[in-house]
Design a protein around this ligand. Sequence first.
Ligand code: FEO
Ligand code: CA
Ligand code: CA
Ligand code: CA
Length: 660
Amino acid sequence: PAPTPTPAPAFNFKPVAKSLADMVVLPAGYSASVLYAVGDPLFPGVLPYRNNGTDTDFERRAGDHHDGMEYFGLNAAGTARDDQGSERGLLGMNHENITEVFLHANGPSLIGGVRPLEEVNREIAAHGVSVVEVQKTAGRFRVNAASRYNRRITPQTPVEVAGPARGSALLRSTYSPDGLRARGTLNNCATGQTPWGTLLTCEENWAGYFARAAGDNLRRDANQIESMKRYGLSEGSNGSRWHTPSVEDAYLRFDIAVKGGSFDGSDDYRNEANTFGYVVEIDPYDPNAVPRKRTALGRFAHEAAVCPRPVAGQPVVFYMGDDARNEYIYKFVSKALWEPSDAARGGMAVGDKYLNEGTLYAARFNADGTGEWLPLTLTNPAIAAYTRYRFQSLADIVVNARLAADAAGATKMDRPEWCAINPHNNEVYYTLTNNSTRTLATLDAANPRAYQDQKGSSTQNGNVNGHIIRTRENGDHPAATAFRWDVYLFAAEAGAEAGRINLSGLTADNDMSSPDGVWFSRKTGVLWVQTDDGAYTDVSNCMMLAALPGRVGDGGAVVVESVSGSEKRSVTTYKGKNPTVDTLRRFLVGPKGCEITGCAETPDGRTLFVNIQHPGESTRAADLNDPSRWESHWPDGGNSRPRSATIAIVRDDGGTIAVS
Ligand code: FEO
Ligand code: CA
Ligand code: CA
Ligand code: CA
C-alpha cells in the first residue's frame, strides 16, 4: 500500500496586520522580551548603559546594529557544548553598523576634517561580533553577564588569515608584513553555522569605511586599479574618517592611498582593503581561539554562508550571496570529505580541514529553469583568457572573486541577501532584496521584473520589492555542478497590479517588500522571512513572516520575451503556484525605522530570537535636543534613545513557535 502522506503542518497563530506603531507587534498568544540591547554589559563590573552618548567601553558591552546570529547549545551546568541544549546556550551575533546620531552625545562631529578620537573609538568598538551566554530562568531567557564564554570581537581584534590568500603579497601590511594576520572584522551582516559548531560571520559593506585620495590610481598598476573599481573603493572617498585622529597605524590604515613609492611594509596601508570582505570563522566555545578569515570562500560583500547537513564521504558545501546590485550567488565545495566524527570534535582545526581548500563557484541561471555552477579556478578557460584583470594565482582569484565571476559568465542578480537551507530536502532559498538598476532591457528569467513605483513625490525604479529564488542540486548532490531553480515568491504590495507587479497574488495577510533575512527552523521546518524595506514604509514598518514553502517546481516558470534591436522590450509571465494564507502569513511587525534581521531558535523550537536593527535611524542630529521629534524610542520608551536589540519570543503556553 502507498504510504500515508504526512499532513502539512498548520500555523498555530493568526496573521498580524501591517503596523506603523513604535512597538513589536506579535500574534495573540505570543510575547517577546528584550534580551540583549546595544550597550548592555557583557562582563562583570561593567556599569549599566547610560544611553546618552557618553559610554566609552563598547569592547565590554553589546555592540550596535544587531544582525545575523546563531544559537549554540550548552549543557545545563554551562560547562560543555550540547547541541540539543535549549535551556542554556551562546548567541554568536553580528553588530553590523552603528546609528551615529544616537551613539554620541550630540551626534557625530568633524572638526577641521578630523573625527575626535573618543568618537572613533566608540564607533569601532560598537562594530564586530558578540558571543553572549543566555540562560532560561523561570521560563524566560536572560543574559549571563558573568559567563566565561562572553566575548567581543571588534575591527581591532587580531585575526589569522587562512586559505589560499594566506601569505599572499595582496595581503601584506605594516601589521603583518608576511600577510598571515590581519586586524578585526567589519560590517558583519549575516551568519552561518558550521556542522562542527563554529560561527561564520560575513563581512558585507566594508568598502565604505576606507578613505582613498583622488589621484591614487596614478600609483597603482592596472590590476589594482581594476580591482579597486570593481569593489567600490573609489578615488576621492573619505570613508569613515577613522584614520583622521592620526594616532597610530590601527587608525591610519583606514586611509588606503599609496603614500610612498614601492611597497616596503613600513608606512603604507595600500593593501588594507584586501584584508576585509571574507567569511570569518569564530569558535564560540573557546574565547581564546583566534578568529580566522576563510579566504577560500572568496572576497565580496558577503551576506550569509549556509551549510546543508553534510553526508559522510562527501564534500561540505556552503552557499553565499554577494549583496550589491547585479552581483552573484556563490558556492564553496570543500576538498576534504566529511567525516561525521568531526562534528563533535569541533574547533578551528576542523575549520582548517574543510574551509581552507576547495573550489569556489559562481551561479549561472538559465532561462529554462536549469543552472550551472561555474568554477572560479585558473584552469577555467574563461578566467585564463580574461583580459580586464590578469589572474596570477588562486589567491588572486579568491581576493578578486567578483572579477573571476565576471570572467566566468555568472548571472547578475537583484542583490543577493541571505540564503537558507530547507532541512527536509537541502533546497536553498536566496532573497534577492531589490535592485533599483534593473531595467526592462536587462531582465532575465531569474531577475524578471522591473517597474516604476510612484509614491507621492518619491519614485522607485527597477525590481522595487524583490523576490526569493530557490535551487535544487542535480541528483540532490551538494557538490553537483548543475541545478534546477524557480522563483518561490515575488514580494509586492497586496494592492499592486496583479500579473505585472503582484505576481504571487499576495494579500493583506502576507504582503511584504524587500525580503532580506531568510532562515529555516530545523525543528518545525518553518521558513522565516524578514524584511529590510525602503519602498513600503508608508504602509508598514519592517516585518517577519512564516512560510511553509513547498519545493522547487511548485513555483513554475517565468517567461521573459525580448524583442531584439532598438525596440527591445520584455514581458514577464509567471505561472507559479501562489502562496496562500495557509502557507505564508505575517507573524511580527517591528518598531519605527527598524529592519528585522537575525533569527535563531532553541533546538526545542520553543524560543525564537530575533534582532530589531536600527529603530529610529532616520532621526536627525539637529533634533537631538527634542526627543518628541525622534523617530523611535523603542524599546525603553519615554524620552529614551532607541536601541538595536535581540528579542526572545515565546508562546504563552510554552509550545513551539509558529506550528504545533
Ligand atoms: Fe547587511 Fe545586505 O544586508
Ligand atoms: Ca541583510
Ligand atoms: Ca538589506
Ligand atoms: Ca542593515
